[in-house]
Structures are given as C-alpha cells and as structure tokens.
Write a protein that binds this ligand. Structure first.
Ligand SMILES: [Zn+2]
Length: 442
C-alpha cells in the first residue's frame, strides 16, 4: 500500500483525471468488465457519429486521396443490394432492375473497373437512378474503409477509389499470471492475437513453456482502430513489459525510416536474438503442464544433457534459430530426431519427435516448424527433449551466454529516442495510474 501511495504522489494529476474520464466512457457491450483492467485513451465516444477522417498525410503516403463525395452522395436516393454467394455484377444489377447495357457500361468504366470483376459475398453495391430511369452512379463498398464510386459521364462511367483512414487510438491493458498467459491475458481483455504477439515479442528472453510463474506480470500499450465511433480492429503493440520471476523486460516498437517495424529494449537493442528461449509452440501447452511440474520425464537436466518440454503429441517444434539441418532420422533411443547447425559454433538437437518436417541439408529459419512433439525412442510420454551445444559441448540452453545483439545504428538513435520515449513513458504512467485507480479512496 505504501508503494501505491508513493506512486500516486509522484504522478501528475492530469493522467489520473484522464483515466477517470476514460473510465466513465460507456464501453461497448462485453467490455465493461475490462474497465478496471484497461483504459481507453482518446477513444472516440461510442455511439457518436464522427466525420470520416480523410486519408491525408501522414497516414496515407502513396494511397489515393479521399474525395469528399461520400457524404454528399449520402443525401441521395441510393438503392442498395448486399452481395450473396455467386453474385456478380450482372446478377446484382438484375436485382436492382438494371439491364445488360448498364452492366456493360459500368464493367467498362474508366478506372477501377477491374474491381467489379471480383465482387465478394457480404460486400454491397448501391446505385442512384435518375427520374427518367437512367443509371447515374454505382457505389461499391468493400469495407467500411474502402469504397469505389462510378459516375456517369455521357455514355461512359468513370470510377474512383475512396479510402477512409480509421481513427487510431491507444489502449492499455495489464494483468498478472494466475494460471496461464492465455487465460490471464484474455481475462485482462486481450484478444488471442494480441496475447500471441505479446509472447512473440519476448520469446527470445522468456521461456513461455517452462519459465512462466504465478505472479508474473504483463502490461501492454497497443493500437485500436475506430471508424465512425465503432471499433474495427486492432493495430500494433506499441510498448510492452513482462516481468518473469522478478525480472522485468521492456520492449518498444520502432518504425524505422525504411519502413521496417521491430521491437527494441528501451536502450535500443533488438528484442530478436539468435535463439528462441523455447523451441516449441507454448500456446499448445496447457497451463497445468508447466506451471507446477517441470520435468515429468527426466528429473535432472544434467543427467541427460538437455531440457524436456512436456507437451501434447503434435505440438509444433520450431528451429530455435536460423541454420541448416545436419541430421534428420530415426534412432532406437532418440526416436525421430533433427539436428540443426547454426553458424560455426552452435548445434541444436530435437529428440523423440512424432513427425519430422525437414530433411538433411535443408536450410531453416528461426521459428520454422521442423517437427512435432511425440514419444518415439526411449521416452515415457510425449515431450520434446532439446539440447544445445556450443563448440561440441552440451550447455544449458536456458542459461548459456549468447552473443549480444547489436544495438540500433548511431544515425537512428535520435529518431529512436524521439519515437519510443513517449510510448515507454505512456506505458509506465498507465501502469502506475492503474495501480492507483485500483486502490479505493487512497
Ligand atoms: Zn530428455
């Protein structure tokens, strides 16, 4: 409690106020429960109709510009139809009372005509027809953000693409591990996709299959996309923090000038490293497998020079790093096995596989599936036996020192600071504010 009070007194009052306001927003159905676990920052008020945001810089470099016509034409008398399975321009136009000549003219529109050849179920078409029965305009709506408008000019139609940019807002969530990252992540209001992304950001530091413990904590700042007051999707994770067994890892997104997006530590070192901590898809492992029991197959790691991951048969096994398959075969003791060479120094070995998915001599990328968990060879139950060798000597993959990744280039340092500083500050403030908010009347 002392810590909370201290934090509160350190905080400027404004974020607290902002948080209060955001909590009073009426959240969409199903999200009310998250209210205490999350804060909606600058989110458009649900229900309030907003003017679409035109696609202008900085969001839309290279994209067509918004022509401000949709709101104008919205006042007209549109006759709509929703596309069904098997629909094409002809069938849709028939339904709208149009004829073959209309189909021909619109299908041959100048600009964007090819779009009309790929109509999909669920999309919609709408038309306006003049008093004397002449087709004037066709509006093809592919999504809330993507429209095409075809307008008559004489005997021809001219098409244009109309794009809208969503309003991008930031969302914050935090949680604590009680049973598993998946359960506690979704309890904190994160989508499955976001939980996966979160785990993937920290996959080089945290072994999500074996090292997750009760009391581990996560916090995450990410983008949400809104259009006309309605959530239409999620964007990237902007910054995140994961505390595993008392050690905290922070990561922040950096969008560098050449367009690549990667996660870095606050001091500019890439989160990506040469080897994954856990060479298998932890999401397939139920919490009970690993939160309590560590090595159900072999009791001592040293005795057999590897790490055992108990996991259901069929769980994908990944290459821990980029490399070349130097062996893929079957052995009485090892069962189905795969060995991978990484550069000059490192070899990783994967034993007791149910299936092998790579051949000797094949190059593999980090996180590529090389096989599946099984119980072949000397094994008493489905598990992956994983070995890590440095210069031919077995090392503990979970503690072995690996070469440090190179930090961000000097010429990008300034830009990195400018871009990531506010995100990390935001993450910290939100974490602290929420702590305060969760403590009643202090
Ligand atoms: Zn083993």
């Amino acid at each position: 409690m002392v810590g909370v009070v201290a934090l509160l007194s350190l905080l400027p009052s404004e974020p607290v106020e902002a948080k209060r306001r955001s909590l009073s927003i009426q959240l969409p159905a199903g999200q009310a429960e998250d209210a205490l676990n999350s804060a909606l920052i600058d989110a458009p008020t649900p229900g309030k109709r907003m003017r679409p945001t035109p696609a202008t810089a900085p969001f839309s470099s290279g994209k067509p510009k918004l022509v401000d016509t949709v709101s104008d034409v919205d006042n007209q008398d549109w006759k709509p139809t929703i596309l069904a399975n098997g629909d094409n321009l002809t069938t849709a136009f028939q339904r709208l009372g149009l004829n073959a000549r209309d189909v021909y003219q619109v299908a041959n529109a100048k600009h964007e005509a090819e779009r009309l050849a790929r109509l999909k179920p669920g999309e919609s078409l709408a038309v306006t027809i003049s008093d004397d029965g002449l087709l004037e305009q066709v509006k093809y709506t592919r999504s809330k953000l993507e429209h095409y408008l075809y307008r008559r000019e004489g005997d021809a139609f001219i098409g244009e693409q109309i794009l809208f940019e969503p309003e991008v807002t930031q969302r914050f969530k935090k949680g604590q591990i009680e049973s598993s990252l998946f359960l506690d992540g979704s309890r904190a209001g994160l989508s499955e996709a976001k939980i996966m992304e979160l785990a993937n950001i920290f996959a080089w530091d945290v072994d999500f299959a074996l090292d997750i413990r009760h009391g581990d904590q996560f916090s995450i700042l990410y983008e949400e996309k809104y259009f006309e007051g309605e959530k239409i999707g999620e964007g990237s994770i902007l910054a995140a923090s994961f505390t595993n067994q008392g050690k905290t890892y922070d990561a922040v997104l950096f969008r560098d000038p050449d367009g690549s997006n990667d996660y870095y530590t606050p001091d500019g070192k890439p989160m990506k490293k040469a080897f994954l901590r856990a060479p298998l898809d932890f999401t397939r492992i139920s919490s009970n497998f690993n939160l309590r029991r560590r090595h159900p197959i072999h009791k001592k790691i040293k005795a057999h020079r590897g790490v055992d991951y108990a996991a259901p048969r069929g769980t994908p096994v990944y290459a821990a790093g980029n490399g070349k398959v130097i062996a893929s075969g079957y052995h009485r003791a090892n069962g189905n096995y795969v060995f991978i060479q990484h550069g000059q120094q490192y070899v990783t070995k994967y034993l007791h596989l149910h299936q092998r998915k790579v051949r000797k001599g094949q190059s593999v990328k980090q996180r590529q599936t090389i096989g599946t968990v099984g119980s072949t060879g000397y094994s008493t139950g489905p598990h992956l036996h994983y070995e890590f060798l440095v210069n031919g000597v077995h090392r503990n993959p979970r503690t072995v020192k690996l070469p440090e990744a190179k930090p961000i280039a000097d010429e990008l340092k300034q830009q990195f600071q400018t871009q990531t500083g506010p995100l990390l500050a935001q993450l910290k403030t939100m974490s602290a504010t929420q702590l305060a908010m969760l403590t009643p009347e202090n």
